[in-house]
Design a protein around this ligand. Structure first.
Ligand code: FAD
Length: 807
């Protein structure tokens, strides 16, 4: 061990070894991995070694595909076999709904360029002769599945990294981490101190403890997990080569060939946490006794699906621990306020995700950017709320138990809720609000007028759609009030504020009392935010963005902040209110405000501080519905009062409370995009139709050169609004769009446009296709539907209502 490295990776499991290898791939060979015991000594050694490319997040799925594709290269470089079996795998459908869902997943996989296909029950049995097909509707076969030898794969990564010049130091625990005055890390280890520019926490079962060494509490917890390995199963032994893995979704089990027998793993409905604070430092290669009583219900289903298991001996039980986060994806990347500390932990699917994590971390350290849209595994996607033990236990147990359970797109899951509520929560609930959750905050989805209304879980349109339709109608014909506690707000102030914002944002900085839409870019000219910037005074600005991006954005803002002259304060939880929009919205505001709020005095994209009812408010003339509208925000302690006063003032003109679903329908009628759907880190302003908000003539701003280049080249794909011939279900996200056999794009969001009476979808289409007026095919919940690009926005294309202008 040297006494100084550029990077020290803490932890020699599959993830740490992959990070080390990827650092060397990027030329960072002055790197060491420090392992407490021996390589694989955490979760890795006893894993089943299965891998798959499927992930609900398409970007994480792409990185899983990368992981699977990289193993042969790592084997070749290291000369060490990873014991790869590219067996493919199948998911079983035991209910009509699940079968429908697998058909939809098939189309999703086709969109990701995977040659998956459906199997009839007897075809599934041909491939896996020990499968009892009773009750099966069919199966989905995915060729990008298989299994490997966990130890071999880890050694292969470590060996390849060593060959490229990195050090691997074993039997040496990292005891503490401290920052030196020169910005380096002092890594105190059992074998002495090491200095490093960067440290990577790949501590697996101990990662929460390692995080606490630098003062961060990562939202991850270890949980127990069982599988069994049988003696020889003659029908399996008779198969030459590989046998596909089987996931029995309704049965909560997975099965793969293991030697001459099989391995059966269980995702039980009553999972068990273990050492929530992280494993003890001296925890060895230890397994827990099997808890058959606890897993028996799921195990018996597995034995029914594979009856031969009744007749063969069990050679080995494994009950080990691995870590989970609230959404099951890992925690990767830098942490705001802790320079040069990197998370690479919380990984529950190490053999599917190790290379994706390694690639992202190495790119991020070398380039300052992960190179891909990795928000789905970014450590900044959770706020501090997620590290609370009670919350973590509830959400991770929910994720574990539902690992194979079908998730309906409109289903709301209960774990850890309600957690954060606004002062209006009880009142909104009392008038029928049904909530979804955004970064722990309860957010109204819609308001059910009938007490006891139950929404059905469905793949198609739900029985709540008529309610959504009424809310849309209220906004289009009278007024709607939408709670906007779920917008993040940051106050930027100081003598350097304008210059800093001018550099940070690609758009023009507004004059006093004005608002502008302001795309924020990274150096590659890709989107980092679809913010609005408002100037309240000369040196005082408000930035508004997405609620769930608070940690992500603050990390970016602070990473670009000059040493002095500018302060940025997160005021999100201190200021909240309602967006009131619709033709009657001005009259409602006028009833409560003393100021002149007429079109002349208070035009579109203006902002003012004024009294609204009993509160000193900040009112912006802006709306996401395409109607005349105002965003009224007040200090949080007057949020509830504002609700009362708005409802009272709005009652005569038919003001109605509206939720997220209505906003989705309304914004699609206007073709407006939102973050995480149309606007993401992997799109450019030119693709996303945000070009007109970029001030190309500004001298210098983050991403200026790249965005100018992208403008000159023109985008390969661009955002369009589609009308889809769908009658009982609408597109949602990631559905492929085809012309014959050519995949020409994908959907980013969809909803029924209640006012215009059409199923709508925003989508990225290849430019030639976007410009031709041809017929397209979109797979909505797996079924082909014709669609066409709308030549113009279906509702108020000239934006007259928004501006309150006559035609
Ligand atoms: C029963 C079971 C079956 C599984 N099956 C699969 C499967 O089929 N497919 C799949 O993809 N995943 C599977 N997993 C999950 C898989 O094991 C994990 O995703 C993976 O091993 C995580 O790897 P890691 O490198 O993040 O963590 P770990 O393997 O836990 O590695 C962390 C390492 O860090 C070291 N360390 C920690 N703190 C320090 C310190 N202070 N100083 C020095 N070293 C330190 C530890 O000693 C350890 O070696 C399974 C897990 C279990 C329990």
């Amino acid at each position: 061990m040297k006494d100084r490295y550029q990077v020290v990776v803490i932890g020699g499991g599959i993830v740490g070894c992959s990070v080390l290898y990827h650092l060397t791939l990027r030329g960072m060979t002055d790197a060491a991995l420090i392992e407490r015991e021996e390589l694989t000594a955490g979760s890795t050694w006893h894993a089943a070694g299965g891998f798959h490319a499927m992930n609900a997040d398409t970007r994480v799925a792409a990185l899983q595909k990368y992981t699977i594709g990289l193993y042969p290269q790592v084997e070749e470089e290291s000369g060490q076999s990873a014991g790869l079996h590219m067996s493919g795998g199948m998911e079983l459908a035991e209910t009509p709904e699940r079968w429908h869902w697998l058909r939809s997943e098939l189309q999703w996989l086709r969109t990701q360029d995977t040659d998956a296909y459906l199997l009839a029950p007897e075809e599934a049995v041909d491939l896996v002769p020990i499968l009892d097909p009773t009750g099966l509707f069919g199966a989905l076969f995915d060729p990008l599945e298989g299994n490997l030898d966990p130890n071999g794969a880890t050694q292969a990564y470590a060996g390849a990294a060593r060959k490229r010049g990195a050090d691997v130091i074993q039997h040496n625990r990292v005891l503490s981490l401290s920052r030196l005055a020169n910005g380096e890390w002092r890594v105190e280890t059992e074998q002495g101190d090491v200095h490093a520019e960067h440290v990577v926490n790949a501590g697996g079962l101990w990662a929460r403890r390692v995080g606490k060494m630098v003062g961060i509490d990562h939202p991850l917890v270890p949980m127990q997990h069982h599988y069994l390995v049988t003696d020889t199963v003659p029908q399996v032994a008779a198969i030459e080569g590989d046998m596909p893995a089987v996931t029995d979704l309704e049965g909560f089990t997975y099965l793969q060939k293991e030697g001459q027998g099989v391995l059966l793993g269980v995702y039980e409905q009553h999972p068990r946490h273990w050492m929530v604070e992280g494993a003890d430092w001296d925890f060895g290669r230890t397994l827990f006794p099997e808890e058959l009583d606890r897993i028996m219900p799921e195990l018996s289903i597995g034995f029914r699906r594979f009856p031969v298991l009744e007749d063969v001996g069990i050679r080995r039980w494994v009950n080990g621990a691995f870590t989970f986060t609230p959404d099951g994806n890992p925690l990767v990347g830098p942490v705001d306020g802790i320079p040069n500390y990197w998370a690479a932990c919380g990984c529950m699917a190490g053999f599917s995700q190790c290379a994706g994590i390694g690639l992202a971390v190495a790119n991020w350290i070398v380039d300052g950017d992960p190179g891909y849209d990795v928000f789905g595994m970014d450590v900044a996607r959770f706020g501090p709320y997620a590290s609370n033990d009670r919350y973590l236990r509830a959400t991770t147990a929910q994720f574990y138990a539902r690992r194979f359970v079908m998730a309906y797109p409109n289903e709301e899951l209960p774990a850890g809720r309600p957690l954060k509520t606004t002062p209006c929560y009880d009142e909104l609930e009392s008038v029928g609000a049904r909530f979804t959750v955004n970064w722990g905050l309860e957010v109204p989805l819609y308001f059910a007028p009938t007490p006891g209304f139950e929404e059905n879980d469905t793949l198609g349109r739900s029985n709540a759609e008529p309610i959504v339709g009424e809310e849309v109608a209220a906004v289009r014909t009278a007024a709607g009030a939408y709670e906007i506690a779920q917008y993040a707000r940051y106050e930027v102030a100081g003598p350097g504020a304008e210059a800093w914002l001018d550099h940070l944002l690609a758009g023009r900085i507004p004059d006093v009392s004005a608002i502008r839409l302001a795309p924020m870019l990274n150096e590659a000219g890709r989107l980092m935010g679809d913010l609005t910037v408002a100037r309240l005074d000369g040196d005082r600005f408000w930035l508004t963005g997405s609620y769930y991006l608070q940690d992500w954005h603050l990390r970016w803002f602070r990473g670009h902040l000059p040493p002095n002259g500018v302060t940025i304060t997160n005021i999100t939880d201190g200021w909240m209110g309602f967006s009131v929009s619709g033709p009657a919205s001005r009259a409602i505001l006028a009833e409560l405000a003393h100021d002149d709020v007429g079109n002349e005095a208070f035009g579109f994209l203006r902002i003012r501080e004024m009294d609204v009812g009993s509160a000193g408010a900040v009112v912006g003339r802006i709306s996401l519905t395409g109607e005349l509208g105002y965003e009224i925000v007040v200090p949080a302690d007057r949020h509830r009062t504002l609700l009362h006063e708005l409802r009272e003032a709005g009652a005569p003109s038919g003001l109605r409370l509206v939720g997220d679903r209505a906003i989705d329908s309304l914004r699609l009628e206007k073709g407006y995009g939102i973050w995480s759907a149309e606007f993401r880190q992997d799109y450019t302003p030119a693709m996303a139709g945000l070009h007109r908000y970029v001030a190309f003539d500004k001298e210098d701003f983050v991403g200026a050169d790249s965005v100018r280049r992208a403008r000159d080249e023109g985008p390969a794909q661009r955002l369009v609004l589609l009308e889809v011939d769908a009658t009982d279900a609408d597109a949602s996200a990631d559905e492929g769009i085809w012309v014959g056999d050519r995949r020409v794009g994908f959907v980013t969001s969809g909803a029924y446009g209640h006012h215009v009476g059409a199923s709508l979808a925003l989508a990225y289409l290849d430019r030639d296709v976007a410009e031709a007026a041809g017929e397209l095919t979109v797979y909505v919940v797996g079924d082909p539907r014709t669609a066409r690009v709308l030549p113009e926005i279906p509702y108020d294309p000239k934006g007259l209502r928004l501006r309150d202008l006559d035609a």
